[in-house]
Design a protein around this ligand. Structure first.
Ligand code: PFF
Length: 469
């Protein structure tokens, strides 16, 4: 057992592996299983993989280290970390940005997680047997995503589950569960991959996923790889600052970051190895996003031998991946509320300090309202709930991944690269004992120049996504 940096009893990981599993659980999510295989397959396969790995090493690793460092060195969550390190409240906007980003992500992420739970329950009840062919499955998916009460109900299920885990102290809830669920997820994925690779014709899918076509690598594809890297590693919204503040003192930030990155990338690759061979073995076209997971895959799973078991296994692993991510999202806000309400304010203390339980209740209530608004706007039940013609679900998705997460990441890079050294805390931020000086120097150069420059380019790209420029 090692000592953690967190000052509050119970809010700390008691083991290094606990933190690694929880951080990997945050990173591994729907982005890996649902989004990554499709983007990679469509954008040059192996070539995209090389670009993606480049982005992960160049931007993902330094930013992951940065978030862990901010949390570990300050011992505070996203609310107090910036103030604690720079000694004033000038960077407090970054705390609020983190909190708002996690809130908006929860608004749409719980809805997609709800679809996964809906499909898991249907897989258990063998509902797909009566839906033959992709047309019937498309109609079924449409009926799921246009049914307001059903969507709200199914989004509440993972919300309740997440709240139940976050309700407990970090070491008893998040840590204990992550240590069970993450190895289980990996095992299930390996089983699925083995099963799919035994299908006749699966090699075409493997070739599709890994074919290396550099002609497809355009600046837009590089941007896409960078955006995917941020979202997939949960960078730029304080989840890893919060987990960093619970990190055992003796834990090495650099090694932990590398371990999390390896696990996250491994799951994304495994997802591709499961999905594409199956798609090609059964003669389907690789469809995009929601279609792929909720229409094409059920159609494929239906045709496999042991179809019930395969369907249940697949949707179960999707639910596990999603819930370990929602847990980290909720923890950002819960830790934020706890810390904000417990902050000493001198004599005129007007806010009553809130307990972890009260913070979980407040967070769940606010997120429930957001979910309901998103669903109403999506299904058209409340059609005036839209921004620039986009429903709230799409708005939250695009706003967080294209603007808020990159902005948060850029703020953190500038904070650690430029602001802290000026305040004389460079020594305090030095990553780990034994880390070579050249490594630290490269790390700082990347934070100061490369990360902000790359993020400005992402912004320009996302402006195009919003049709502003
Ligand atoms: N990394 C998650 C995924 O790939 O699905 C998404 C995510 C989870 C983003 C938690 C941010 C976060 F804090």
């Amino acid at each position: 057992m090692s000592q953690s940096s967190s000052p509050v009893k119970g809010t700390a990981f008691t083991s290094k592996i606990g933190l690694i599993m929880a951080a990997a659980g945050s990173a591994v999510g729907l982005g890996n299983i649902w989004k990554f295989p499709y983007i990679a397959g469509e954008n040059g396969g192996g070539a995209f993989l090389i670009v993606y790995l480049g982005c992960v090493l160049l931007f993902g690793l330094p930013l992951l280290m940065t978030e862990f460092l901010i949390g570990k060195r300050s011992g505070k969550s996203a609310f107090g970390a910036f103030r604690e390190l720079c000694g004033n409240s000038r960077w407090q906007w970054l705390s609020w940005l983190c909190m708002l980003t996690s809130l908006l992500i929860m608004g749409f992420y719980f809805i997609v997680t709800g679809w996964c739970f809906n499909y898991l329950i249907e897989a258990i009840r063998n509902t797909f047997d009566s839906l033959v062919g992709t047309e019937a499955l498309t109609a079924h998916f449409q009926s799921v995503v246009s049914n307001t009460p059903r969507m709200i109900l199914f989004s509440m299920l993972p919300l309740l589950l997440t709240a139940a885990v976050v309700w407990f102290d970090v070491n008893k809830g998040i840590e204990r569960l992550s240590k069970i669920l993450m190895p289980l997820l990996l095992l299930m994925m390996l089983l699925m991959a083995g099963r799919v690779l035994m299908l006749d014709g699966s090699n075409v899918g493997v070739q599709f996923f890994f074919q290396t076509d550099f002609t497809k690598i355009t600046p837009r594809v590089v941007m896409e790889a960078m955006g995917q890297c941020f979202f997939s590693l949960s960078i730029g919204m304080g989840a890893l600052i919060t987990y960093g503040s619970y990190m055992p003192k003796t834990q090495n930030v650099t090694t932990t970051s590398i371990q999390v990155i390896v696990l996250d990338t491994l799951v994304a690759l495994l997802a591709g190895v499961i999905i594409f061979p199956a798609v090609f073995a059964f003669g389907f076209d690789p469809a995009e996003g929601a279609e792929l997971v909720f229409v094409v895959l059920p159609a494929i799973l239906q045709q496999m031998s042991l179809s019930w078991l395969s369907s249940v296994l697949f949707f179960l692993l999707l639910c596990i991946a999603a819930v370990t991510s929602t847990i980290s999202l909720m923890e950002v806000m819960v830790a934020f509320i706890c810390e904000a309400s417990n902050r000493p304010r001198g004599k005129r203390q007007s806010v009553r300090p809130l307990s972890r339980h009260q913070s979980v209740l407040i967070t769940s209530a606010v997120v429930s309202v957001l979910i309901v608004l998103c669903v109403l706007s999506m299904t058209g039940a409340w059609s005036s709930l839209s921004v620039f013609g986009h429903n709230l679900f799409d708005c939250f998705d695009e706003l967080t991944s294209c603007v808020m997460m990159p902005l948060g990441a850029m703020g953190m890079a500038i904070f650690v690269g430029w602001i802290l050294p000026k305040n004389g805390v460079k020594g305090k931020m030095y990553p780990d004992r034994g880390v070579k000086r050249w490594f630290w120097n490269i790390y700082i150069i990347v934070l100061r120049w490369l990360v902000p420059a790359a993020i400005v380019v992402i912004f320009l790209n996302s402006l195009k996504l919003f049709d502003v420029a």
